[in-house]
Design a protein around this ligand. Sequence first.
Ligand SMILES: NC(=O)C1=CN([C@@H]2O[C@H](COP(=O)(O)OP(=O)(O)OC[C@H]3O[C@@H](n4cnc5c(N)ncnc54)[C@H](OP(=O)(O)O)[C@@H]3O)[C@@H](O)[C@H]2O)C=CC1
Ligand SMILES: Nc1nc(=O)c2c([nH]1)NC[C@@H]1CN(c3ccc(C(=O)N[C@@H](CCC(=O)O)C(=O)O)cc3)C=[N+]21
Length: 295
Amino acid sequence: MEEKLIRGKVIADEIIKELHTEVSSLREKSGKTPGLAVVLVGEDPASQVYVNSKEKMANSLGYHSVKIVLPIDSSQEAVLAVVEELNNDPAIHGILVQSPPPPQIDEEQIILNINPKKDVDGFHPSNVGLVFTGAEEGFRPCTPAGCLELLKRSGVETKGKHAVIVGRSNIVGKPMASLMIQKGVDATVTICHSRTADLGAEIRRADIVVAAVGIPEFITGDMVSEGTVVIDVGINRVDDASRPRGYRLCGDVDFESVAPKAALITPVPGGVGPMTIAMLMTNTLLAFKRIENIG
Ligand SMILES: NC(=O)C1=CN([C@@H]2O[C@H](COP(=O)(O)OP(=O)(O)OC[C@H]3O[C@@H](n4cnc5c(N)ncnc54)[C@H](OP(=O)(O)O)[C@@H]3O)[C@@H](O)[C@H]2O)C=CC1
Ligand SMILES: Nc1nc(=O)c2c([nH]1)NC[C@@H]1CN(c3ccc(C(=O)N[C@@H](CCC(=O)O)C(=O)O)cc3)C=[N+]21
């Protein structure tokens, strides 16, 4: 089974190493440092884990890193005020507002108010549009960009291949499709969602499956053909009293039944998750270079 694994954690560590070299040399040349701000509204424990690991990674790269935790009952105006402050802060090059925010917050309006040049998540419509049209200047959303990088660095051919994406969220499914149809990537793409008539039939036709459904172990072996490359974006916490933390992490793919049929497969944890963070650091460096006009 070992040789089938796409080790996202290992590939992410390679990317971080590459970034480290570049950041160090830019710092020597310019005396400046990339700055990343992560905004969290409320203290949801799962979000805390991601936000903390983003902060840890930023620190290990020597980025200037700011974490802003707002009370769970914050008003829209309070969040907007923080975004505005970060937009105007010359030490900050990347801004991320952790999704999803609590229900009283209008996320769309928050995203619209992030300076697109600091939108390292790639969620602002201006970046969505730039990426969709294939323009160079856009920021690619971190999770889809991470999936693509995994395919590339694992030597998976995408040209002319049939990619089936399960999920149509603005964070994962849609931007994944947008990246996979780009010239140079050249996949033929099918997007599936909860109203897809026969999901198994669609997935069985895939050369590459990207699962972003949000249901633990939802995609099972009977839905997948022999030799499929499987990218599991899902990160689910499932109660498990036998574990030290009282839960285990699993993907949207049932690893046990799918892995034997897959040509390659990403594990959870240690697959797409660490790549998301590596791409966030990549986008932050890119924002820094563009804003500071260096590199
Ligand atoms: N590794 C990482 O870095 C990241 C991981 N994630 C994880 O990825 C997963 C997906 O996240 P996200 O895209 O935000 O989730 P959303 O809940 O926003 O989207 C889920 C999508 O799956 C579709 N879906 C739901 N049920 C079915 C079904 N029975 N058959 C087919 N499609 C279905 C939904 O369809 P419809 O639109 O019709 O409702 C929707 O489009 C989650 O597990 C999340 O935790 C997310 C972001 C980053
Ligand atoms: N504005 C915004 N941008 C995001 O990119 C964003 C977001 N909101 N909201 C939540 C999702 C989820 N997400 C993850 C990132 C890393 C791991 C990760 O590193 N996971 C580890 C395990 C971590 C653990 O132990 O829980 C792994 O898969 O190996 C997981 C999930 C980013 N997201």
